[in-house]
Write a protein that binds this ligand. Structure first.
Ligand code: SF4
Ligand code: SF4
Length: 474
């Protein structure tokens, strides 16, 4: 029997790949939703509109070649037109099985998202009391979601009220949808980094529902204790480091490899210090991290004080890496230089304006007297605990614990971290991060108490003249 010819929906990068794989002679035409493309040629084949497919649907095999979100939408639209014989491009191409599996997972996540929205949205909409223009009800469900929704809402000048029970069985997806509804599209662009992070977290949550699978939605990877600034209230406690060290590529490799042997992946790895570019092996470290398949996204945090090396920048994989540039209002000129270099080198970046947000005044490492019940409540609500850190083969729930432990500013308690050795396993790591029992070091952190009081907020990035003193626990 004569094989049907193919129609490729998507006249872009993936369309070309599919075409060269199946052979241009086996293709009838391309389809594309873009009006500009319709009527022109790709690889000698006409690009037609969807109307062509409606008239000739049964004659051809249809391959959708686009990103997963578009594949989902296209498939959905075609199904409404009763066109069902549609295959995503990654099922056609001769890709390694692991890569195919990655595509399938991503695609299935979108399907899950759709199912979830279809099931929950009517219920959610019924309960929507948040449509009032000036008020945003923030669901108090998940710490990180709560924090960012509240943050974004406040930046928009909206009144924020906490809503404890918005709908029965809440999921992150609903919240994402909720945020999108609350915040108009131009603001979505403004807050794209936060939303991007939320989406990463959602993807992780969905993936982690699979049996025997556990990925970290985020991991802060400290590559140096050195910083070019000395902010008095630095969350990473740089202001206390007396003899800050760089971590070598060899020791960082050892540390990350053992974590990746335990967990199935890291959705978002944040490379930081101090200032990561202070580490003379910065570019080699980034290149190494980019080469690891189960680190899915990398964010490099920088204060833009160290000049970039144009030549070495080329080795940083733009598909995987985003530069997050903190603007403290100190190095404006340098930030402009960074911005130009990022554009020139086609790197993704995001500039975070820290000049208007107040910072939380820091702990003095004194033990706070709290009864267990309120400690538990505060820990559950603490935003800090959403920032897992890997330092010297130890995993911590937050930067404060990691650094306070590292400089011995709090007593060394083994319950404050999980040491990633050959004997520890995935379940222990999952348990460590999900457990709602406050860590012993939390009793030495002012953050959860201070966030309640206005007097504990200070101007951002005030510089300390000297390294600050503290009492060491030996
Ligand atoms: S720039 Fe300031 S806040 Fe950032 S790591 Fe350095 S000292 Fe800390
Ligand atoms: S030490 Fe505990 S209370 Fe302080 S930021 Fe970390 S998790 Fe929160």
């Amino acid at each position: 029997m004569k094989r049907k010819k193919f129609i490729i929906y998507g006249a872009g990068k993936w369309g070309r790949k599919v075409a060269s794989y199946i052979g241009v002679d086996n293709i009838e035409c391309f389809l594309d939703a873009s009006r500009e493309k319709v009527g022109s040629l790709l690889l000698g084949k006409e690009i037609r509109s969807i109307d062509y497919l409606v008239a000739h649907k049964s004659k051809y095999e249809i391959v959708v070649a686009a990103n997963v979100l578009c594949i989902f939408e296209i498939k959905n639209n075609l199904e409404k037109l009763n066109i069902k014989n549609v295959v995503p491009f990654f099922e056609i191409l001769d890709l390694p099985e692991t890569e195919k599996e990655q595509w399938r997972i991503a695609y299935n996540n979108i399907i899950l998202l759709k199912e979830c929205l279809e099931k929950k949205l009517p219920e959610l909409e019924e309960k929507i009391e948040y449509t009032h223009e000036d008020i945003i009800f923030v669901p108090k469900i998940d710490n990180e979601i709560f924090f960012w929704t509240k943050y974004m809402a406040e930046m928009l000048g909206k009144e924020v009220r906490i809503c404890d029970d918005m709908c029965g069985d809440k999921t992150l997806i609903e919240i994402l949808k909720y945020i999108c509804q609350c915040i108009k599209s131009e603001n979505l662009i403004k807050y794209k980094f936060e939303l991007w992070s939320l989406i990463n977290k959602t993807v992780s949550n969905l993936n982690n529902k699979r049996e025997n699978y556990y990925e970290l939605s985020r991991l802060d990877f400290m590559i140096t204790e050195r910083c070019s600034l000395k902010c008095r209230e630095c969350l990473n406690l740089m202001q206390y480091y007396q003899r800050p060290q760089n971590y070598s590529l060899a020791e960082l490799k050892e540390s990350i490899q053992i974590v990746l042997e335990k967990v199935d992946g890291i959705r978002e790895m944040r490379v930081l210090g101090g200032e990561p570019l202070m580490n003379p092996e910065f570019y080699e470290i980034c290149t190494y991290l980019c080469s690891l398949n189960n680190i899915f996204n990398i964010i490099i945090f920088t204060n833009a004080t160290i000049p970039l090396n144009d030549e070495k920048m080329k080795n940083i994989d733009s598909n995987k890496v985003i530069f997050y540039i903190s603007d403290y209002g100190i190095e404006r000129q340098q930030i402009n230089v960074y911005q130009k270099k990022m554009d020139l080198n086609k790197k993704k970046y995001y500039i975070m304006d820290y000049t208007t947000n107040d910072w939380i005044k820091h702990s003095n490492f004194k033990r706070i007297d709290l009864v267990e019940k309120s400690a538990k409540e505060l820990y559950k609500r603490c935003n800090g605990r959403n920032c897992p850190v890997l330092m010297k083969k130890k995993l911590f729930v937050c930067e404060y614990l990691a650094n306070a432990n590292n400089i011995s500013a709090i007593p060394n308690d083994k319950l404050d971290y999980i040491y990633v050795s050959n004997s520890c396993n995935k379940e222990e790591i999952r348990q460590y991060f999900s457990d709602d029992t406050p860590k012993p070091g939390c009793y030495y952190c002012a953050r959860w108490v201070s966030e309640e009081k206005d007097s504990c907020y200070v101007k951002p990035a005030i510089q300390a003249d000297v390294t600050l003193k503290y009492n060491r626990y030996e």
